[in-house]
Design a protein. Structure first.
Ligand SMILES: [Zn+2]
Ligand SMILES: [Zn+2]
Ligand SMILES: [Zn+2]
Ligand SMILES: [Zn+2]
Length: 337
């Protein structure tokens, strides 16, 4: 935009300079200093021309001289040509043909010296997808006389994550400059490095399984063989969705033997080491070292809920006091409800 001002100035300068060049076509080569006088006296133009012709005539050959009478235009050309033969083109004028193209002429003989094109600044089109590595845009001189050029540049790639399914998200390479996705998306597992249940990449709310079961189920056996269970045990569901107890596997430990919970221990020997177990209505039914309990109904635990465990045991009589002893291992199998 700012280029308009200097150009106007140039054109204004050009007018006197062109007049000046006409006035001093041939004389200047020998006497450059006298050209300044020539500018001042525009009125003397015809006389000066006469002088020029005379002046030229002395330098030029006879053919040039004879053609002077043909016409003033032709004479001028001849004069210029004759002058160019000896002109050192010591001063030039630049003429802007368009806003961007310039031509340079000798001030003294009018000879064409050189030309060129200066484009810019440019107006640019929007970046558009060009290849998997580059985008492209067009640009043209703001002065409007250039052709349309094209340039390419590397994409500025960022990764964009989108949820794909419960376990994976898609990873797309995206260039914001040309507003394009590059190539095909790839797929990878959700990432949750901070354990908040939200995928670090795509923000997907991941299903996370977190269930707390009691570390132990305490039974207290009195010296008369009565069994007392703690009543605070519970399975707590901290998962992102409901879970369910699908199996309970009870195994006897440390020389104890599993028996049906319904067994009447009255006739068993003291220190026989028999134990029957029941929890929430699921009870041992066999004489075995391990048993998978048949669960009555469904044992669903909603999200952020807990399942209280009501348990009990029958134990054969002992001759010693049982203080702290592991008699059973109870495994709760939990799955998504
Ligand atoms: Zn010249
Ligand atoms: Zn231009
Ligand atoms: Zn791009
Ligand atoms: Zn994800």
């Amino acid at each position: 935009m700012t280029r308009f001002k200097p150009k106007r100035l140039l054109l204004l300068l050009l007018v006197p300079m062109l007049v000046f060049s006409m006035l001093t076509v041939s004389a200047s080569a020998e006497e450059p200093d006298s050209s300044i006088e020539g500018i001042e006296s525009t009125d003397e133009l015809p006389e000066t021309e006469t002088e020029e012709e005379t002046h030229t005539h002395t330098d030029a050959d006879d053919d040039t001289h004879s053609s002077e009478s043909d016409g003033s235009g032709a004479v001028n050309e001849q004069v210029k040509a004759a002058g160019a033969a000896t002109c050192t083109h010591s001063m030039t004028v630049t003429n802007w043909i368009t806003n961007c193209r310039w031509e340079q002429y000798c001030v003294y003989c009018g000879a064409f010296i050189s030309s060129g094109i200066v484009h810019g600044p440019y107006t640019h089109g929007n970046w558009q997808y060009y290849s998997t590595t580059k985008h492209m845009r067009s640009y043209t001189c703001i002065f409007g006389d250039s052709e349309t050029y094209y340039q390419t540049e590397d994409h500025t790639v960022t990764k964009q994550y989108s949820p794909f399914n419960a376990t994976q998200h898609s990873v797309s390479r995206y260039c914001s400059a040309c507003n394009s996705f590059i190539g095909s998306p790839t797929y990878e597992d959700h990432i949750d490095s901070n354990g908040d249940g939200i995928c670090d990449g795509c923000g997907y709310e991941m299903a996370y399984f977190s269930v707390t079961v009691p570390a132990s189920l305490m039974l207290t056996v009195s010296e008369w063989g009565e069994v007392y269970a703690a009543n605070s045990a519970a399975i707590v569901n901290n998962s992102s969705a409901a879970v369910a107890v699908t199996d309970i596997i009870v195994s006897s430990e440390n020389g104890w033997a599993l028996v049906p919970y319904s067994r009447n221990m009255a006739s068993d020997k003291v220190d026989a080491g028999l134990i029957g177990f029941a929890v929430n209505g699921a009870s041992t039914t066999q004489n075995a070292s391990s048993e998978s309990l048949l669960l009555p109904g469904t044992w669903t635990i909603d999200r952020a809920s807990s399942l209280p465990l009501t348990y009990d045991a029958v134990v054969s009589a002992t001759s010693r006091v049982i203080r702290s002893e592991q008699v059973l291992t109870v495994v709760f199998v939990l799955e998504w409800a």
